[in-house]
Design a protein around this ligand. Sequence first.
Ligand code: NAG
Ligand code: NAG
Ligand code: NAG
Ligand code: NAG
Ligand code: NAG
Ligand code: NAG
Ligand code: NAG
Ligand code: NAG
Ligand code: NAG
Length: 692
Amino acid sequence: MAALAVQAWLLFLSLFVTSSSAATWSPILPPSFPLAVKNPYLSAWLPGNQAANLPSAQPEFWYANALNWSVIARVDGTAYNLFGVPSPEENTQSATVVNGSFTSTRSTFVLTAGDASISLEFFSPVSPNNLRRQSLPFSFLTVTASGRDGATPSVQVYSDIDDTWTGQSSSSTFNQTTSGETHVWQVKSNNQVTYSEVNQMAGWGEAVYAARADSFQSGAASTVRSRFVSSGSLTNSTSDWSAGSVVGLAFDLGTVSSSTSAVYAIGYVREDAINYRGTPYTGFYRATNPNTVGAASHFLDIHDDAVSEADSFDAKIKSVGESSGGSNYTAILELSVRQTFGGIDITIDGSTLDTSAPYAFIKEISSNGNLNTIDIIFPTFPFLYEFAPNLIKLLLNPVLAYLEGGTYPNPYMIHDLGSHYPNATGHDDGLDEAMPIEESGNLLILALAYQTATGDTSWATSHAALFKKYADYLVDNGLYPTNQLSTNDGLGAFTNMTNLGVKAAVGLTAYGKLTSQTNYTTKGQDFAEAIWGGTETTSDGLGSEVSSDTAQSYFTTTYSDSSFFLVFNVYPDVLFGLSTFPNATYTATSAFYPTVRGPAGVAIDGAVNWGKTDWQIWTAATVGASTQAMFIDDLYAFVANGINTAPFGDRYWTAGDSVGETAESFRARPTLGAHFAVAVLKLGVDVWEWAV
Ligand SMILES: *[C@@H]1O[C@H](CO)[C@@H](O)[C@H](O)[C@H]1NC(C)=O
Ligand SMILES: *[C@@H]1O[C@H](CO)[C@@H](O)[C@H](O)[C@H]1NC(C)=O
Ligand SMILES: *[C@@H]1O[C@H](CO)[C@@H](O)[C@H](O)[C@H]1NC(C)=O
Ligand SMILES: *[C@@H]1O[C@H](CO)[C@@H](O)[C@H](O)[C@H]1NC(C)=O
Ligand SMILES: *[C@@H]1O[C@H](CO)[C@@H](O)[C@H](O)[C@H]1NC(C)=O
Ligand SMILES: *[C@@H]1O[C@H](CO)[C@@H](O)[C@H](O)[C@H]1NC(C)=O
Ligand SMILES: *[C@@H]1O[C@H](CO)[C@@H](O)[C@H](O)[C@H]1NC(C)=O
Ligand SMILES: *[C@@H]1O[C@H](CO)[C@@H](O)[C@H](O)[C@H]1NC(C)=O
Ligand SMILES: *[C@@H]1O[C@H](CO)[C@@H](O)[C@H](O)[C@H]1NC(C)=O
């Protein structure tokens, strides 16, 4: 009997241990959960390896700067730390993490605390065609409590932030405003330098924490939190900033049976958002909400509609993923959406607040901070083309306006509009990172993408002279590229880089289609024939087959070596039906890429051990079904492998000592819109509409 009892006890114990300690993750445990990811300076994440210990977790800015953001709940008089409390107050317990999940707009964690089940929903709305909404520099945290197993506990909810959100904490100012029912905290550093960065965070502007809460308080973390722990409410008193102090907001949810929520808005406001050649550009929303308290209040007003839109948008992304690539692909897409928009600001001229001429700006996060890099917009375009083609135009408009002003000296397309976000200074000295073929081709392909998706021909017409200039540049310089960089500048500069020749070929056929000039189409096809080989269709005298191997089974890195390259620049050929390369090219590469697959995927180039997730999925869209599944499953395996903690890195080791690891300097980049390449090829343009 005794032995049996011990066995039963062990069985019970193992069941108990299994069920209490193993939180579940859906669809995967990602490298990092997006928490508040809305623009380059509102970018808060939770490394995946901390999710199981949510009560003591430390969220981070994308650059890994620690952020303090806590949530504590009181359930029937007992306080439970739910999130972000590395140093718990006395008389508190840790809640138990049940599960974590994400959709395209939300990361949600469920915990149990006494008789309550409590979810934390970190929600960054994506509303790509509603410029006012998309520009609001806020995200939601919604804390929802319900009774477990029919219980009706009494629940109060508390949350705070501090000046880690302002980028530096040597000295800050707190201020509190109550407007109607809304309490708004503004926290700003006392060392404001407009348009400067401090460890990648904004060195100007202010962090905002707002809620229609029942009470508020600022002061030393231990004072404010212990007040909540002991009484379930705050004092409504404010104290001046001092080192280590927090701003808190508390709700009394009362006795809860079914779900009852506390909604917080967290934000980072830069009134002068972008420096466009000396003119301050501000958030689009400021035309209707010119002050920060009003904007935060408006954001809380639209919460319920934002939830409806997100329910619908999340379902759209899920169905797009499932129908075009299956569940692995869906997880990749869901994790890509907020990160893409987390690199973008939607703005208007701050002096006129004229909403008829908005400009969008994108930051080349982590790789170098450039503003509106053309070869960052380019990989991102599949998402924009599918759901929000107008944004392609809004991202290019500030660049084209600059180029048409005539002060950029080079004959080819510019690389970016400023060496460091948020300064859109242009490059009157012509010393931007030169990628002549790369960017000239990119511009023409992006123009075709916008025109194809929208049917608007007037935009290309109004920039006809500029586009022709770059098309003719490709005609003259595109087939045998001189020693120069491509978008993969980490590989260095080469002469006769195959992928650039392909860019020129596809850029020219794209321009031919954009402007209905068949002579450019023919020119691009001639380039392609010279590069890949095949039957000479016109007597163009270009020679043939400089860059495929002699068996025409793959593309080489340069015209004079035999190393393979992942030639992703053929994707627009397939997407837009440009007939640049013969179908045999795609049959051949479909068979070839599986033969050079490393343990964690296909590298960008036979000479290196790293891959680019954006270009892998572009290429996946051009090859047959089984090779496509290989690319998707390898990317899924990378993002789900549990060994990375940086926000989705688009460059990772496909082989070698660090196989499966993110190359850390490529994190949180907005290029993940590229992952929609397969979806939009199969499903077409599907502009996201949401009537407000
Ligand atoms: C805020 O974060 C810093 C850096 O991790 C940490 O030293 C400090 O204790 C945190 N403050 C609170 C109140 O948790
Ligand atoms: C998380 O757990 C809650 C409570 O058991 C459950 O209702 C919810 O469906 C779970 N979510 C996921 C994604 O598993
Ligand atoms: C709070 O700060 C904002 C922004 O710095 C400022 O406009 C406002 O006047 C301040 N309000 C109070 C009550 O100090
Ligand atoms: C942007 O330019 C301003 C000067 O106008 C400078 O103070 C600031 O440091 C620059 N920002 C960055 C991130 O380089
Ligand atoms: C704090 O202010 C709210 C109104 O905003 C009020 O209902 C509450 O009683 C106040 N709490 C304290 C402790 O004064
Ligand atoms: C580029 O390739 C062409 C064709 O193979 C060749 O004629 C030319 O010499 C190459 N250019 C350089 C600089 O190697
Ligand atoms: C194509 O034809 C147009 C109109 O005749 C001409 O302006 C342009 O230079 C030609 N371009 C090429 C590459 O042949
Ligand atoms: C090439 O492939 C496309 C798309 O599958 C098809 O429509 C076209 O007929 C093919 N062309 C040839 C010459 O086989
Ligand atoms: C998802 O990817 C993993 C890892 O590559 C693979 O083992 C699995 O079969 C894939 N699942 C589906 C449903 O395709």
